[in-house]
Write a protein of this length. Sequence first.
Length: 353
Amino acid sequence: MFEKSTWIRLPRNVVVGHGVRSSVVEVVDELHLQGRPLLVTSPTPRAVAAEPVAADFEAAGIDPAIVTIESATFESVETVIEAAEAEAASYLIGVGGGKAIDIAKMASHHLDMGFLSVPTAASHDGIVSNRGSVPDGDTRHSVAAEPPLAVVADTEVLAEAPWELTTAGCADIISNYTAVMDWRLAKRLKNVEFSEYGAALSEMTAEILVDNADHVRPGLEESAWVVTKALMSSGVAMSIAGSSRPASGAEHLFSHQLDRLAPEAALHGHQVGVGSIMTAYLHGGERGIWRDIRDALDSIDAPTTATELGLDDETVLEALTTCHEIRDRYTILGNGMDERAAREGATKTGVID
Ligand SMILES: [Zn+2]
C-alpha cells in the first residue's frame, strides 16, 4: 500500500533583476494581499530600499508601517510582533540582508501572517528558505519560520552591497556539494529521509555557480544575478526536500560552532566554505574534491584558511572536533573527530598551518 505524501511550500512569485524593487506593490497586488504592510528593515537597508518601497506604497494609496531592528535576536522578533499588532499590519515585508529577513520571517510565523522577502544582499540562502536563525545566548537556533510568499531581488541594489556579502552567498552555495555528500551518507548509514530531486537540484545549483565563477566580480549586476538565482534554487531544493539537508551538512555544524566560539568573527557563508574544504577531504581523502572546492572559493575571493577567516588555528580545531554535538544530524563527522586527525586534515587542506 502506498502511504507516502509530501507538502512542498514554495514562493509563489520570484522576481529578480534590474530595477525590480519598484515591483513590490505590483507583487502584493498580484498576491491579493489586503490591508497594511509592515516593512521590517535594519538601519542601512532602510534608506537604500525600505524607504523607496514605502514611498511606492504611499503613491498607490497604501499607508505602510516601518520597523527598524538593530540586531538578530529574539528581542527583535518580539519588537516586530509588537509593532505588527500596534500598527494593525496584515502582512510583513522583510527588506534587508539576512538579519531583517530572518526576523520578519520568524515574526510572520508567530503572527500567522504572510511575508515577502526583499533582499538587499545575496549573502545566504535564508532569503528564500523557511528556516530562520538567530543566536540565543551562546547557541544559534534554526527555527521553523514562514517561507516567503514572494521574493523581490533587485540586482541593482544587490550589486551595491559590500562585496564580501556576495562572496559569502557564493560560498554558501558551493558548500551544497558537501551537504549533499553528508545527506547521502546519512541515508546509506542511518536511513534518513532522502529526496533525489532535492539532492540533484542542490548539486546542480553549486555546479552552475562554479561554472560561472568567472562572471562573479565586484560591482557587476551580472554577479548579483548569478548568485541570487543560485540562492533561490538552493532554497527551492530545501523546500522540495522539506529539510535543510540539501544545503546544510557538517560544514554548517562547523560554522554554527564557530558562531559560539568566536561570535561575529566571520560571515556565515565564509565559515561554511572553509568547513566544506575540510569535510570534502574527510569524505574523499587526498583524491577527494576538496581541492576543487578550495579553488572555486579562491576564484571568487572567498576565504580558504583560518587566517583569512580571522580565526586562530586552535578555534578552528575546537569547532571541528566538537560541532557534531550541537545537533542531531548525522554527517561525515559521525560521533566526533579525533583531535590529531582533525589537525592532520586541517593542515593537509591548508586551512591551518
Ligand atoms: Zn548556509
